[in-house]
Write a protein of this length. Structure first.
Length: 130
């Protein structure tokens, strides 16, 4: 098995969340078998309940290399047309993931990146989302 792909929060199309105890078990199993877990969190903040559910990354071991790769975006909660996202991954994977992105995505317009960066860093995103 090369990797596990899942949506642990706000699964599309069901909207369900994986129970917290199962998230922790899944991360421990992936660590034991050294299988990367890709957690697609694009819909994770489309929730009525607060606090927001934790993502798999919250259970990853930061004192070791870790196995969770989190993929996120503000496209679903802020502006559908921006098409700006991010990947949070173990340091050992960043260079390879960056290369894959560079060869598979022609260009995300700089203005879209600037809008997203300003919105996220100013705290305006938290106000908008909540």
């Amino acid at each position: 098995m090369k990797f596990i792909y899942m949506m642990s929060c706000s699964h599309n199309p069901t909207g369900s969340n994986m129970p917290e105890h199962r998230k922790e078990i899944l991360v421990r199993l992936a660590e034991n078998y050294r299988v990367p877990l890709i957690d697609d969190t694009v819909f994770s903040e489309l929730q009525y309940e607060r606090p927001y559910p934790t993502t798999l990354r919250c259970y990853d071991c930061y004192d070791r290399e870790g196995c969770v790769i989190e993929v996120g975006s503000i496209s679903k909660t802020f502006a559908l047309g921006l098409r700006v996202g991010w990947i949070i991954a173990p340091k050992s994977l960043i260079d390879r993931l960056s290369l894959l992105i560079k060869i598979s995505i022609i260009c995300v317009p700089g203005i879209n990146q600037l809008i997203a960066a300003r919105f996220l860093s100013s705290g305006a995103y938290d106000e908008h989302r909540d």
